[in-house]
Design a protein. Structure first.
Length: 451
């Protein structure tokens, strides 16, 4: 029987949404609350650092021409746009530097840019407490990652998960913030999922981060429509033509609700110490570790040998990047820049660095090989200098769930990203504000600090 419009039907999607709707802040673990605070702080910093990127300037030029009445803040820009345009801008600026957090628990998803891009806009539509904001954020994680687990072939099919799963995550989070009941929350997921898009072919272009912004805007629109009774299928994930069967060659719909409430997915979120594709992080750790240990002169290097997970070659195979955005998906560039500079921050993936002749020359000495036995966060490196060979193994990249950044490191990253945009004083006040997020009465205060 078709359950699309039978409000009495008990479907997998509705069952999941009932769980989301019923969850309260007190149900979240101490670890989940800490992860939410860390995630909010880290993402704001990434968005502020990205706010001046030429990609964002181009986007804002168009949005200011087309936007409706100003209702929501664009971070770091002293600008307000419409309720769908601000999340588009904020979501994209959070992801444009590829510096935002990444969940790698079987699904590689930049959850925060779509989810927080959506939630920050809705927090200006009506007063929202820090506690409600955190809860919606955590539920967005559940929806995005769990939906991804139902479609194991999704990434292999060429979809960019931050655009597709990000839409679902943002729709569920926005619906939770609006306190939608299970029926309308299921509608919100359906409306969000039917907008889901984003192609990996656009990796290295302005469109990749555009996916995150569109997902944030999709989520806001989905929740606002569902709030008014705009319907969708109630089987958006598991239906015969639903998400997990259409977007993947393998469908495992039962994973949507599997062990729901037994631990929270936001607890295993990862944060990036480097401003590039996450699969590059273990090799960057390796190269920097050898550099620091041996004080190698890059000019004397004969070869940088890398053994990495196969995804590194398929995702970051750009050989001669022409722009900073392209260089974020070049394992050759990442290794060369890391050895020369001893860093892999925003500066190392700029347009200037992408075309730097010294880095370009060293890129050609990088020799990567794939090893299917390695984890995604694992790598081996061997740097040859004459007859000397300097080797290292990275078991878990910095910033992953098995080797997390400390709170102090997250704070330091935020201050480095935020202070040049909003000033050191406001950045420090934002750190303190987010540090007690669940006790805050109105998110407007934080938004004013980072506007």
């Amino acid at each position: 029987m078709d359950q699309n419009l039978n409000a009495e039907a008990v479907t997998l999607t509705k069952t999941f949404c009932a769980g989301l709707a019923a969850t309260r802040l007190g149900d979240l673990s101490v670890a989940a609350l800490r992860a939410a605070r860390r995630g909010v702080l880290d993402w704001i910093g990434c968005a502020l650092a990205g706010s001046g990127h030429k990609t964002i300037t181009t986007l804002l030029d168009v949005l200011q021409e087309t936007s409706g009445r100003p209702q929501a803040t664009v971070l770091g820009r002293n600008l307000r746009l419409g309720l769908l345009d601000a999340p588009l801008a904020n979501g994209q600026m959070g992801h444009v530097l590829d510096y935002d957090d990444t969940h790698m628990g079987g699904v590689v998803l930049h959850t925060s840019s779509p989810v927080l891009g959506a939630l920050f806009a809705l927090a200006e539509r009506a007063p929202v407490s820090g506690a409600d904001f955190m809860l919606a954020y955590a539920m967005g994680f559940e929806a995005g990652v769990r939906s991804g687990r139902t479609a194991p072939g999704h990434h292999k099919g060429g979809w960019h998960l931050t655009g597709t799963l990000g839409s679902i995550a943002a729709g569920a989070a926005a619906g939770k913030l609006l306190r939608l009941d299970p029926q309308r929350l299921a509608y919100a997921m359906g409306i969000a999922a039917t907008q889901a898009g984003g192609l990996q072919q656009n990796r290295g272009t302005m469109c990749k981060s555009f996916h995150a912004g569109k997902a944030a805007a999709n989520g806001v629109l989905a929740a606002l429509l569902a709030e008014r009774g705009f319907d969708s299928t109630q089987e958006i994930i598991e239906g015969e033509k639903g998400f997990c069967r259409t977007y993947s060659d393998v469908a495992e719909p039962e994973r949507l609700t599997e062990d729901f409430g037994n631990g929270w997915l936001i607890e295993t979120n990862g944060h990036k110490p480097y401003a590039c594709g996450v699969v590059l992080h273990p090799l960057i750790d390796a190269v920097i570790a050898i550099r620091d240990r041996q004080a190698i002169d890059p000019a004397k290097v004969d070869e940088i040998g890398l053994r990495v997970h196969p995804l590194v070659l398929s995702i970051t195979g750009v050989r001669e990047p022409a722009t900073g955005l392209q260089s974020k998906f070049s394992m050759l560039h990442a290794a060369a820049a890391a050895l020369i500079d001893g860093a892999a921050g925003v500066a190392q993936f700029s347009d200037a660095k992408a075309t730097d002749p010294t880095i370009a020359a060293l890129r050609r000495k990088v020799k990567p090989v794939a090893d299917e036995k390695l984890r995604r966060d694992e790598a081996y490196a061997c740097i040859a200098v004459g007859k000397e060979r300097h080797e290292i193994h990275i078991a878990h990249a910095t910033g992953t769930a098995d080797n997390p950044m400390s709170d102090k490191q997250i704070e330091g990253k935020f201050l480095a990203n935020a202070a040049p945009v909003i000033g050191a004083d406001r950045a420090r006040r934002a750190v303190d504000w987010v540090g007690a997020l669940e006790q805050r009465a109105d998110m407007h205060e934080l938004i004013a600090l980072v506007a």
